[in-house]
Write a protein that binds this ligand. Structure first.
Ligand code: COA
Length: 216
């Protein structure tokens, strides 16, 4: 079953799934330097993500530059562009867009499997727990994955850690979309002028979530 990952985002965003060669083909010197002491698995996923992101940026006619990162591992995109990367067990995706069209975006891929035992209590708020209980057709990692992509989407704007209990998700299973509500105790400065959009889809083996912000 071939899924259309591009449907997670509006058509101005370019989504690239890393092909096999991208996992092993070395990057430019500046990017390789970032993983010179990493284990092979980490080097491969980093290469796949950077190659996929370069391909997406290329399709947007972005000027080529090494994709370095900040101290929080956030990729540093060329001026005027936004993007996001995710990898897990042989699957790697990157999405990029012009900053004039989307204020930010986030993507996450997870295996279509339950979370490790006991982990959901740290990820799910009481409301998330009720959401998952109410619909047993929802992918078991949906809340986790959505919060990972949400974090990647907001981090470039907010620049601070969030924590999984800082939001609860509203899931629209029929439209395969999601939105979020900050928890009552949350002090995170979510930019009120931007509109959040979240979507999800599954393949036979993976769950994908994507989110983006519009309208500054
Ligand atoms: C940052 C984080 C999402 C990365 O997750 P991961 O398990 O490594 O999984 P993924 O493969 O999906 O994502 C990794 C990619 O995310 C990107 N990333 C990492 N930190 C990031 C940040 N602060 N902002 C945006 N993107 C970031 C990077 O591109 C990274 O890949 P790379 O190092 O090869 O470039 C995770 O470590 C984390 O901090 N999670 C907490 C999220 C959170 O608090 N959520 C609650 C929100 S309510």
């Amino acid at each position: 079953m071939k899924i259309k990952l591009a449907e997670l985002f509006p058509s101005c965003a370019i989504v690239v799934t890393a092909d096999q060669a991208m996992w092993t083909t070395p990057l430019c010197d500046e990017e390789e330097k970032l993983i010179e002491t990493a284990v092979q698995k980490r080097q491969q996923e980093f290469r796949a993500g950077r190659h996929a992101a370069h391909q997406a940026l290329d399709q947007l006619s972005a000027p080529w530059q090494p994709l370095l990162r900040d101290e929080k591992r956030q990729p540093l995109w060329p001026t005027g562009f936004v993007g996001s990367i995710s990898h897990c067990r042989g699957e790697c995706v990157a999405v990029c867009a012009k900053a004039a069209e989307l204020a930010s975006l986030g993507i996450d891929v997870e295996p279509l499997e339950p979370l490790p035992k006991g982990v959901d209590q740290y990820i799910h708020t009481a409301d998330d727990h009720a959401t998952m209980q109410a619909d047993n057709t929802l992918p078991e990692r949906l809340i986790f994955s959505a919060k990972e992509s949400l974090y990647k989407c907001f981090y470039p704007l907010i620049g601070e850690h969030m924590g999984f209990q800082s939001v609860s998700l509203n899931i629209d299973a029929e439209n395969m979309s999601f939105d979020f509500i900050p928890s009552a105790t949350s002090t995170i400065p979510f930019p009120a002028e931007l509109k959040f959009h979240g979507r999800f889809m599954t393949s036979e083996s993976h769950l994908y979530t994507g989110c983006y912000l519009t309208g500054s």
